[in-house]
Design a protein around this ligand. Structure first.
Ligand code: T6T
Length: 315
């Protein structure tokens, strides 16, 4: 089956008690549809969603596609429509392809809140809560430039063309890297959220450009694959990697020296704020249409600081 129904994950905090603000929505269900299952970013977000939903007495039902792909996410949305929850929080895997299924959900009377990724069409969702991914891409460019002494050849691994987060991180990076005249940008290659494909991209790029100095991996699976490619070629000390996300595997990679900087998002907060906006919609208040959250750049020395400890994803 394309869908994986998961129960409550073992969140380290939150989820306490039923609050008193729920009123008419107490006991209703909201569905959470992340971009892909088994991804620490979405698991942390789910913890935030559950904790905040519990305060209003809302139940959360999570259904995740097994790959970050609109053709697998669409049947899940169709299944959610059939169940008629009060609301749905979703990270669309493609800004265009997910518009028709989400329009059907809206027409079925389900209030939609976007988390993480966005749609190419306005007015469909009640609200959108996401990282400022362009700024995150620019932060990655600055971090990589610093790590390579502002000179050399750099590559971007875009995790999924057509997903707003991948596109925005890539474009934010591209704009910012232009500010470094001695850095040659080799362009972006797409790994389709597959670590193995990111490894092949790095292997092929090293064959054509043995003087590669840096890689920006636009999400956690791109960073995992990139690190493997560099290790296979014995280049892990020569080529610097900046990755997006700060789940347990990314923190290990930073500690081992497989990557040199992480651009951490705030998945727990995104989940909390998205529930707040959905609750506003469900109780007849006006939701905030657009909420942006910031990133933190984590290097190995930042990791042991209070700031670093706060920024890593807690599942
Ligand atoms: O980087 C996050 C998320 O923001 C992106 O849209 C998809 O990939 C992740 O979930 C990390 O794997």
């Amino acid at each position: 089956a394309a869908a994986l129904a998961l129960g409550l994950s073992a969140c380290s905090s939150g989820g306490a008690g039923v609050g008193t603000t729920g009123g008419s929505i107490k006991g209703k269900t909201i569905s959470f549809v992340p971009g892909v299952s088994g991804d620490s970013f979405y698991i942390t977000m789910q913890c935030g969603i559950q904790a905040e939903a519990a305060k209003s007495g809302l139940k959360v039902d999570m259904q995740a596609p097994q790959q970050f792909d609109a053709s697998l996410q669409t049947p899940i949305v169709n299944g959610v429509i059939a169940k008629k929850p009060a609301g749905m929080l979703i990270a669309p895997t493609d800004a265009k392809a997910m518009v028709p299924p989400l329009l059907r959900a809206k027409q079925a009377g389900i209030k939609i809140g976007l988390v993480d990724t966005k749609l190419a069409q306005d007015g469909l969702a009640e609200s959108s809560v996401s990282t400022d991914n362009r700024a995150g891409g620019a932060a990655a460019a600055d971090a990589l430039a610093k790590l390579i002494g502002q000179k050399g050849k750099v590559l971007v691994i875009a995790f999924k063309a057509g997903a707003s987060t991948s596109d925005d991180r890539q474009h934010g990076f591209e704009e910012q890297i232009k500010k470094y005249p001695n850095i040659k940008y080799l362009g972006a290659q797409v790994n389709d959220n597959s670590p193995a494909k990111a490894t092949s991209i790095v292997t092929a790029t090293l064959a054509a450009n043995p003087d590669l100095t840096g890689v920006f991996a636009t999400n956690q699976f791109a960073a995992e694959g990139a690190a493997t490619g560099l290790r296979n070629a014995g280049k892990q000390d020569k080529v610097k990697v900046v990755g997006f996300d700060a789940g347990p595997v990314q923190v290990q990679q930073l500690q081992r020296g497989d990557v040199q900087a992480l651009i951490a998002q705030q998945p727990y907060q995104i989940g909390v704020q998205a529930v707040d906006q959905l609750v506003a919609s469900l109780t007849g208040r006006k939701p905030n249409a657009e909420i942006g959250t910031t990133t933190t750049t984590i290097t190995k020395d930042v990791l042991s600081s209070e700031n670093g400890r706060q920024a890593v994803y807690k599942t």
